[in-house]
Design a protein around this ligand. Structure first.
Ligand code: SAM
Length: 279
């Protein structure tokens, strides 16, 4: 059968596959497809979330740039990310605690069953991992603890994820980040979601002294270059030296398939159309 993504009314991308699992959860329509070209694929409300073939690009870019820009990240908060890919990459660092706040436990349980290579056992990594089933926006409003890094791996600003794109949400992230804290979030396609990128960049600029854009192309996320937005309280991500990033990358002997110190800086170099978007 064919899966057709329904994110845009005037664009139809189809991927051939076999439906392995479908469930209407309390929050969304969750499906798993087995596809010949992209492996197993998770969709939520008709939108591709991740595939076992190309997830590494997205998950490595949402994790390593900020964890290596930070001097000594110890306490990490991940919001969303129920497939476990971000958690897998975070645990490659010498972090003490990694919280994951996911609103829908069905995503975690289904991903463990049909996409085991993505979490790769990260959910069961003992005391370092704290799994919390809750709305990320509500969780950060009430929590008293402080974090070094906050990673927001949410779907697009629809349904339960809408609250994860508000100014109030970013202000709450600012207040739960320690002095040298850094946050990162996916901000969509630089072509098809240009307004979303622009708007979120502008909101972050009102809250964080340093805001940067990083880019990567993810084959199953339509729309060419995909963006990540970084907000930082004290460290300017664009001023951390190549030497420092390389030292930290080598010291951890990080096993990565996409990310490396050159990519770190290449992904911060913006084409003119993105520069004018965020200027
Ligand atoms: N990489 C994907 C993308 O860019 O579209 C996102 C993948 S990840 C599976 C998204 C997760 O965010 C989903 O598991 C969804 O249940 C979760 N989520 C949505 N809204 C949330 C909220 N308000 N709080 C916490 N998690 C949320």
């Amino acid at each position: 059968m064919w899966f057709y993504e329904t994110l845009y009314p005037d664009i139809k991308i189809g991927i051939k596959g076999k439906l392995l699992h479908k469930k209407k959860t309390a929050y969304q329509d969750l499906r798993i497809y087995k596809t010949p070209r992209f492996g197993n694929m998770l969709t939520l409300d008709g939108t591709i979330q991740t595939t076992t073939k190309d997830e590494f690009i997205y998950h490595e870019m949402l994790t390593h740039p900020v964890l290596l820009a930070h001097l000594r990240p110890q306490k990490i908060l991940v919001i969303g990310a129920g497939d476990g890919g971000v958690l897998r990459e975070v645990l490659k660092h010498k972090v003490k605690e990694a919280y994951i706040v996911e609103i829908d436990d069905e995503v975690i349980q289904t991903s463990k069953r049909y996409l085991p290579s993505i979490s790769n056992g990260a959910f069961a990594k003992g005391k370092r991992v704290k799994i919390i089933i809750d709305d990320g926006a509500r969780f950060i409003k009430d929590i008293k603890e402080k974090f070094d890094i906050v990673i927001v791996d949410s779907p697009d600003p629809l349904g339960a994820a809408k609250a994860l794109f508000s100014k109030k949400f970013y202000q709450n992230i600012f207040s739960i980040l320690k002095d040298g804290g850094i946050m990162i979030r996916q901000a969509g396609s630089t072509v098809l979601q240009a307004d979303e990128l622009k708007q979120n960049y502008r909101i972050l600029k009102q809250i964080f002294p340093y805001v940067s854009v990083q880019l990567a192309a993810i084959p199953t996320y339509i729309g060419g270059l995909f963006s990540f937005l970084i907000g930082s309280k004290r460290i300017n991500p664009e001023a951390v030296s190549y030497k420092k990033i390389e030292q930290r990358y080598n010291k951890l002997r990080l096993k990565t398939r996409y990310y490396n110190p050159q990519i770190h800086f290449a992904s911060l170099s913006l084409p003119n159309y993105v520069r004018s978007l965020v200027r």
